[in-house]
Design a protein around this ligand. Sequence first.
Ligand code: SF4
Length: 677
Amino acid sequence: MNHTLTVCPYCGTGCMFYLVSDGGQLVGVEPSVTHPISRGGLCVKGWNAFAFVHHPDRLTTPLIRRGGELRPASWDEALGLVVDRLREIQERHGADSIMFASSAKATNEENYLLMKLARGAFGTNNIDHCARLCHSSTVVGLAETFGSGAMTNSIDCIDRAEAILVIGSNTTEQHPLIGSRILKAARSGARLIVADNRRIRLARHADLHLRHRNGSDVAFLNGMMQVIIAEGLEDREFIESRCDNYPALAAAVAHWTPERAAAVTGLEPGEIVAAARLFAKAKTAMIVYSMGITQHSHGVDNVRCCAALAMLTGNLGRPGTGVNPLRGQNNVQGGCDMGALPDVFSGYQKVADPAVREKFADAWGVDGLPEQPGLPLTRAMDAAAEGQLKGMFILGENPILSDPDQGHARRALESLDFLAVQDIFLTETAQLADVVLPAACFAEKEGTFTNTERRVQRVRKAVEPPGKARADWEIICALAERAGYGGMRYPDPSAVMDEIASLTPIYGGIGYDRLDPHGLQWPCPDRSHPGTPILHVGRFTRDSGRFSPAPYRPPAELPDGDYPFVLTTGRTYFHWHTGTMTRRTHLLDREERCSFVEINPDDAARLGIRERDRVLVTSRRGEVQARARVTEMVVPGVVFMPFHFTEGAANALTNNVLDPESAIPEFKVCAVRVRRA
Ligand code: SF4
């Protein structure tokens, strides 16, 4: 038996475990007992993370569409066709007529290389990452406020918090080991406020469970801040010494009395007052949030309010405090850090800055790099549907199931002149491609992932990829070679990380020789730096923390006579995103086999719907069938669906309206009607 220490491929918690292999086959997983997060434990997905690796559905050879069918091809043919078709499109329609989409499932090195391929070899800033769909509003909101768009504290800080506000995060299901830390903290005396419309497991252990209306977070948080200021509970010293624009915040929240906030949120005024007092009176209070905050047409405003609440109460730069967005996938943080974004290079260095462009152009050996920021992924899908974007290269993502308004996503991809997909399975999106490139999965390659607390950790190869599949980094470098760009020849991913470190100040001290056993947290500017568990200690990344008042804007689509329910979407404990890996994992699939709709017992009784009935859910964009789950998890007037399932795809219903600043879609609120099928 061989034991290979690596990182879980699922959530951003970033647990480390040993892949156990025997004779070139994975046979199990053993958690790392010394890892600061895993501590000898894993959730059900982690324990089963080896099981999809040898699935018979794995892609083992490149595929090219011929006569309408995807047929096996050689690597030479497939790589040549991808480069020739993308080049041809650029010659005919311009450099920005193509788009590269990167993935949180790919390593840091692979995200960096795809970004380099797009910019250095194809001359376009049209490169974006699946973070567009989950935390782009965090990056915009926190970077504007603190100067850095990442989790401010460490997971360990949960143990030091006197009060924890969990808002828009079903932590025990989506980040289970962080969820269990929060539960443990609550059992040890931390006061827990859960602000979530659903009765999630954490709510059962909360001092306060606030079921505010979906999409009313700005009103709720402004209401809390009004109470804090009105009762003199703000941290004057912190505000005066470290923040600016406070008068604007105070003026903006002054009219958000508990009564007014209650009218918008559906809460009782006393609940808002109680939450404000509990949070502001704690010596250490932390905010934990996730996609319930970010995935709104006002996602950036939600993030601004979280940041303002922390600054107002002086809860930054100390253990047990902070604004802590939990990244969904294992390497969402790293994909953003690596500059797989349309407006920045690695380390959030702006493409609009001539000195930054010159630095990267010199290092990459190219004459110049494009100056105009490229398209966010969501806007690229609009551009494709409108015929303005002609070619797309998608690495490890499945927008047919993960993007809002599935009909729109399908129209967009079908409108392209050319689509290439690189993945480990023939996903719903890969089935539409002209070329499919078979990739290695996490267990079959070397690299690094960066978890939600900015911890850069080693991914290690335990077994060989199947058939002719190759590591993403090798495929990307081969594409660069075919494109005639010689600047991407590396002996191994470690050399890629050395280049990243040389160009990226926050990763400046990262090297594979320093990452054993459990990684380093950025910023880590030089080789002697120990890493940074807590950001903004003593001073913010920018000169001062900036309060940004946020006005309340309701969700773009609210219930009416035709579509009387709010639909909100999310994930379940047993499955992961579009189910490509977990639905091919027997023990996970057995637990949750099909799509479902949570509906409140009062609504179900009124509509004659019983447990497990098939129901039809319809929005202005589509309709799907799923099994009814009659439960008080949801309040009357609200239904919940997971988005994992192609049969009963929740994103056939969701609304493709975007936050104007971050271009994140409003997955969390749209209007639907429900009836028995
Ligand atoms: Fe993997 Fe997240 Fe579960 Fe840890 S909590 S084992 S990282 S899915």
